[in-house]
Write a protein that binds this ligand. Sequence first.
Ligand code: GAR
Length: 203
Amino acid sequence: MSKVKIAVFVSGGGTNLQALIDAQRSGALHSGGIALVLSSNPNAYALERAKQAGIPTKVCSRKELGSQEEFEAAISAALSEHGIQVIVLAGFMSILSESFTCRWPQRILNVHPSLIPSFCGKGMYGLKVHEAALSKGVKVTGATVHFVNEIPDGGEIVLQKAVDVLPGDTPEILQKRVMEQAEWVLLPNAAELLCNQIIKGEN
Ligand code: GAR
């Protein structure tokens, strides 16, 4: 049975991309294969990780492409060129419009560094999420992998994992713990789950 072709969308360091690459190497991710890494940022270190793993890369910068329509047209062209079936957003910091997301129902996964519906939605990304969790004083946070629809962080939840907040945590320390204990585990598991369902015709 051939593997489901995955595109991973990135914008920054790409540690979640690395977790997917490692899962592919170990066999934990075997129903899908990463066929493309697409970055909204030409300087993202994630591109280096992709190159080291021998995965084709593409840069689509919203700023350089001018309009949202041109940005999404360039993304769609790259996806068709590589025969992509599933998109994984792994720290992708550009917005995708409804006209894009509605063409990929149940086919776009996103990892978010909190337990949705807490600390999510428009403007909540990266360290800001952990700053908000610490200011609220929550004792437990975590990560969520969900399907992407037109509502920011509003699609169906696929997997979640809780992580303790500890005394003395800074946003940076908490971010690292959430990544290590939750994101890097959940994202490959969710990608495998979805790709396996697609192969079996269950999704
Ligand atoms: C991750 O913590 C991811 O959950 C978060 O950005 C970071 C990217 O790190 N995404 C969001 O906040 C999306 N709303 P990475 O580039 O090292 O994977």
